[in-house]
Design a protein around this ligand. Structure first.
Ligand SMILES: Cc1cc2nc3c(=O)[nH]c(=O)nc-3n(C[C@H](O)[C@H](O)[C@H](O)COP(=O)(O)OP(=O)(O)OC[C@H]3O[C@@H](n4cnc5c(N)ncnc54)[C@H](O)[C@@H]3O)c2cc1C
Length: 246
């Protein structure tokens, strides 16, 4: 059972009419970059709780979450109505194993995300560990429209600070917005993703972390398996580590 704390809303930033970042303050237990917690609200007399990944680094005093308001979504609809100064419940303890200490060191780190699932990667990229553990880091963010490419200021700051970071935005439902326009599994299957950033990935030099839409996670994992990569498990380390959002 979660131990619930009351968090105060510090800010809500809307990126477009569906995507928003929720910034709250609460005295939660320490967490690791890549983990998620539960947010909850009372809806029709019942507590409704869902998982949300941290965007902020574990050192930050403010807790940030990147959300989509899905049509008919029970909790996200309520969270989207929050205003500065309102309260929301948060689980005291974070959870999850989508963290860098679960992933072997390698020359290349490929962070593959769709939609709001860029969040846990932004948390990892704001920590020192990732820059020491991997020489080349590729942040891939696949979205439908240009306006879904959130967090540009933070991503550009990270690229300035860390020349080893390559950012690959992919817009699939508008023409010619980004150089790459196909879904992640197709880009891996054709080899285009690798040639685009001029990196040659092999089972010996690359790690892949995949987060987001379950279809993308499944299809991307399958494409990588076809190329000889395997799931990373504690007892048998491989190169593929995944987190699905639903
Ligand atoms: C480990 C984990 C971490 C998560 N982190 C985040 C996060 O950082 N940000 C976030 O917005 N959501 C995240 N989610 C999803 C989140 O927990 C909820 O499922 C989502 O907010 C919808 O809840 P709801 O009650 O509003 O909708 P529900 O009534 O429960 O409807 C759920 C449906 O909404 C769709 N959906 C759910 N999440 C998403 C999404 N992120 N993008 C597109 N469609 C979605 C799916 O079709 C799903 O079947 C995470 C889920 C998991 C398991």
């Amino acid at each position: 059972m979660a131990n619930w704390l009351e968090a105060k809303v510090q800010d809500i930033h809307w990126w477009n009419d569906k995507l928003f970042s929720l910034v709250i303050k609460a005295d939660i237990a320490p967490f690791k970059a890549g983990q998620y917690t539960k947010l909850a609200m009372e809806i029709d007399g019942k507590r409704v709780a869902r998982a949300y990944s941290f965007v902020n680094s574990p050192q930050s005093s403010k807790l940030e979450f990147y959300l989509i308001k899905v049509d008919g979504g029970t909790l996200c609809g309520a969270l989207a109505k929050l205003q500065k100064g309102d309260t929301v419940s948060i689980a005291e303890q974070a959870t999850g194993f989508f963290t860098l200490d679960e992933v072997p060191s390698a020359q290349q780190m490929w962070m593959l995300s769709t939609g709001t699932a860029i969040g846990p990667f932004l948390s990892m990229l704001q920590e020192q560990e990732v820059w020491q553990k991997y020489q080349d880091i590729v942040l891939v963010h696949c979205v439908r429209t240009q306006s879904d490419l959130s967090y540009q200021p933070l991503i550009h700051l990270l690229m300035q600070q860390h020349p080893q970071l390559k950012y690959v935005p992919i817009v699939t439902r508008e023409d010619n917005v980004t150089p790459l326009q196909q879904r992640i599994p197709e880009l891996i299957h054709s080899g285009t993703l690798f040639s685009h950033v001029q990196l040659e990935a092999t089972v010996d030099n690359a790690q892949f972390m995949i987060c987001g839409n379950p279809d993308m996670v499944k299809e991307t994992s399958q494409c990588l398996s076809d190329l000889g990569y395997s799931r990373n498990r504690r007892r048998s380390p491989g190169q593929i580590t995944v987190e699905q959002y639903w």
